[in-house]
Write a protein that binds this ligand. Structure first.
Ligand code: RIB
Ligand code: CA
Length: 298
């Protein structure tokens, strides 16, 4: 019995690979995509989501254009990581499908898992509407260092107020942060293996080729963390990640730490344990799963 999921994302190279992983995995059934401004403007992330679904042969899956800006702050994008289009690198045809005017709230029936891989603006709005969400798996945050500032991870940094609303909602929430995504680097060797498997494999390799520039320059990595795909992989196979149930608060009023996910990893406070936080990952098995599934796509 596959698990129904909705992906809320800002494609983005790793979002795109996460969507393809979901399409290639029988353990999950992708009901719909909601896009959000983050890596790029919401017009660009929406066009990119449509392109990726077409590449995966699933242009029938609805894409709803979500929030164009954070709840209260001006939008910060990441062209330095994902390029002007948000999906620089491969040459993907313009999508033939149009965005849907569905209400994503209608997709969130009991048992559906909301996999969020961008800023949490849309998710916070659903919470504020009182929409029932059974479970959220979010790629974002970090126990340790950030990636857009020393203190904050990008998805949390773009909309800290939204993250605070979601972490304060009481919804079953798993946080897949940089502490685990940075442990599983998709290297050039991984890309070269995938390049020969089919069109989708070639595109993923080309996405990785571009994504690698930032990670090599910033961190000296021989490879890239495919952050968002790890959130989908966690739904597919929960044994890949080790998580700890702990209190997480979001900094929203700090000169240096805005957007920081303050993770009480060792329960030093009496804060409500409101998130299952990823603390370790079986990197080899995650990367094998990614290769094996993407390689099945045409
Ligand atoms: O910090 C990494 C996260 O920010 C990923 O989801 C990436 O796509 C960007 O949205
Ligand atoms: Ca993302």
């Amino acid at each position: 019995m596959s698990i129904p999921i909705v992906i809320d994302c800002d494609p983005g190279h790793d979002d795109a690979i996460a969507i393809l992983l979901a399409l290639a995995s029988p353990e999950v059934e992708l009901r719909g995509i909601v896009t959000v401004a983050g890596n790029q403007t919401v017009d660009k992330t929406t066009r990119n989501a449509l392109k990726v679904l077409e590449l995966g042969g699933r242009a029938d899956i609805p894409v709803v254009r979500g929030a164009a800006a954070p709840l209260r702050r001006p939008l910060r994008t990441a062209a330095h990581v994902h390029g002007e289009s948000g999906l620089d690198g491969p040459d993907l045809p313009e999508p033939s499908a149009m965005p849907s005017d569905a209400d994503p709230a209608d997709w969130l029936e009991p048992g559906v898992v909301l996999v969020a891989t961008g800023p949490l603006t849309n998710v916070a709005r659903l919470v504020q509407r009182g929409v029932r969400i059974d479970r959220i798996v979010w790629m974002g945050g970090a126990i340790a260092e950030g990636n857009i500032t020393p203190a904050a991870e990008f998805n949390a940094f773009v909309d800290p107020e939204a993250a605070a609303a979601v972490f304060g909602s009481g919804i079953d929430l798993t946080m897949v942060g940089l502490d685990v995504t940075h442990k599983a680097l998709f290297t050039r060797a991984h890309a070269d293996r995938l390049r020969r498997t089919g069109r989708a494999g070639r595109v993923v390799a080309e996405l990785s080729d571009f994504f690698q520039h930032f990670h090599e320059e910033r961190y000296g990595f021989d490879g890239s963390p495919i952050h968002d795909a790890m959130a989908v992989a966690h739904v597919i196979d929960p044994s890949l990640l080790e998580t700890v149930h702990c209190n997480v608060e979001i900094e929203t009023a700090s000169r240096f730490c805005d957007g920081r996910t303050v993770v009480d990893r060792w329960h030093a406070t009496s804060g409500t344990r409101n998130a299952h936080v990823g603390v370790d990952v079986d990197a080899a098995r995650f990367l094998d799963l990614l290769h094996e599934r993407i390689a099945t796509l045409p």
